[in-house]
Design a protein around this ligand. Structure first.
Ligand code: ARG
Length: 457
């Protein structure tokens, strides 16, 4: 492609370090779409003939089919997807192929290809997140009143419902979608026509190519157009936060599925056995989701680090953007599908959850609240009285509700039998009716809210 200035070819090492075709061939659809839009625009502007543009289009469509059908021979000597396609075009249609690259550089070419690709991937991610939300909302509805322990510090804190817990992840996934959609809006600008870095003297129409490729508008600064990878970074940032949420849920599934917790049972479809221990059922999918998150977060850090010292405009360092993004896309899609599958399939052991919800004096706050409400104690004092009740129960190794009334009365003589009504886990969750609280009726209202939001899309 640049034979004019060169007397000899690259060394084998140069070729190996320079070539990107092994991975950027994944951009072939975007590359061909970009070239078709560009050549049609060149012809409409009278920069190349309509006949050449038609030839170019025919050749590119054939190349598209060849690649689709696995008949295309990619060559490392042609470095990347752009030059592989152009070399083949030249073999197919001859001299007209040489006019395609008028008023264009690989710098704006790769920028437009990659933006198109990331934009599509972001749309896929958004849809996959919606499926996860639907699965979680279904489980939340089913378990709106299933009581489980809520934890802080992984110590039993207060009873909550499993439905409420599922809806916590719905909130996260909905914010993830918001981040992805925001990123899509910002990346929806076409850099094609920025040429190498300075724009071009040819009378091109960048609005036309932007529209043909489905972008809202062209980018406004040619230097920024070829040196910007914010779209990839934003995608990776949104992907990393999403993966981090998936990893937290995966970690909970790992914990919940231990025989010690026994809150959930994973379906055979999402677990594995042990080659030596016949009794084992392992949550490998959940563990791998946790691990893939490390990898996805790594991609974000890798690309940030690649970009951070680059002077404007294009540098070849930027070729390293693609593998990070491809890897994150593939692994996040798998992780999302696995989590959605596990959420839909897992069996909830409601008895175990309920029993655990009552352990660890989890309704102590309810006792303190009763003292405030019924006896008018300041909360701090009620906290102290309740702490003494907990110490008493702990010493006798019984639950709070098993303490006899006369013993409770030693703490405050005004305590009546009515206090026992707030000490059950069901009473506890039912009382949490503040907006956003865990009461089953609240959970059902939130389920309705999400169903409406989803159906309004
Ligand atoms: N393969 C290159 C990349 O992915 C394409 C752009 C090459 N541009 C250049 N001036 N060498 O970034």
């Amino acid at each position: 492609m640049w034979g004019g200035r060169f007397a000899s070819g690259p060394s084998a090492i140069m070729e190996a370090i320079n070539a990107s075709i092994s991975f950027d061939k994944r951009l072939y659809r975007e590359d061909i779409a970009g070239s078709i839009a560009h050549s049609a625009m060149l012809a409409a502007q009278g920069i190349i003939s309509q006949g050449d543009a038609a030839e170019i289009r025919r050749g590119l469509e054939q190349i598209h089919d060849e690649i689709d059908e696995g008949r295309f021979e990619f060559s490392v000597a042609h470095e990347d997807i752009h030059m592989n396609v152009e070399a083949r075009l030249s073999a197919l249609i001859g001299p007209a192929a040489g006019r395609l690259h008028t008023a264009r550089s690989r710098n704006d070419q790769v920028a437009v290809d990659f933006r198109l690709f990331v934009k599509n991937a972001a749309g896929d991610l958004d849809r996959a997140l919606r499926l996860l939300i639907e699965a979680l909302v279904d489980r939340a509805e089913e378990h709106a009143a299933t009581v489980m322990p809520g934890f802080t510090h992984l110590q039993a804190a207060q009873p909550v419902t499993f439905g409420h817990h599922c809806l916590a992840y719905v909130e996260m996934a909905a914010r993830d979608r918001g981040r992805v959609q925001d990123a899509i809006r910002r990346m929806d600008e076409s850099p094609l026509g920025a040429a190498a870095l300075a724009g071009t003297g040819f009378p091109i129409d960048r609005h036309r190519t932007a529209e043909a490729l489905g972008f809202r508008e062209p980018t406004r600064n040619s230097l920024d157009s070829v040196s910007d990878r914010d779209f990839a970074l934003e995608f990776l940032a949104a992907a990393s936060i999403t993966a981090t949420h998936l990893s937290r849920l995966a970690e909970e599934i790992v914990i919940w599925s231990t025989p010690q917790f026994d809150f959930v049972r994973l379906s055979d479809a999402f677990s594995t056995g042990s080659s030596i221990m016949p009794q084992k059922k392992n949550p490998d999918a959940a563990e791998l989701v946790r691990a893939k998150t490390g990898r996805i977060n790594g991609s974000l850090v890798a690309l940030l680090t690649i970009m951070k010292g680059l002077p404007l405009s294009y540098s070849k360092d930027m070729q390293e953007d693609k593998e990070q993004v491809f890897d994150a896309i593939d692994n996040l899609a798998l992780a999302l599908a696995a989590v959605t599958g596990m959420v839909s399939d897992l069996q909830v052991n409601a008895e175990k959850m309920r029993a655990a919800a009552g352990a660890g004096f989890s309704t102590a706050t309810d006792l303190a609240d009763w003292l405030v409400r019924e006896l008018g104690l300041p909360f701090r004092e009620a906290h102290h009285v309740t702490g003494r009740a907990v110490a008493m129960a702990e010493e006798r190794r019984v639950a709070l509700e098993a303490l006899p009334l006369e013993d409770l009365r030693q703490l405050d003589g005004r305590i009546t039998n009515a206090i026992y009504s707030v000490l059950s886990v069901d009473a506890s969750v039912a009382s949490r009716t503040s907006f956003g609280g865990t009461a089953p009726d609240n959970v059902r209202a939130q389920v309705r809210h999400w169903r409406e939001r989803l159906s309004a899309e």
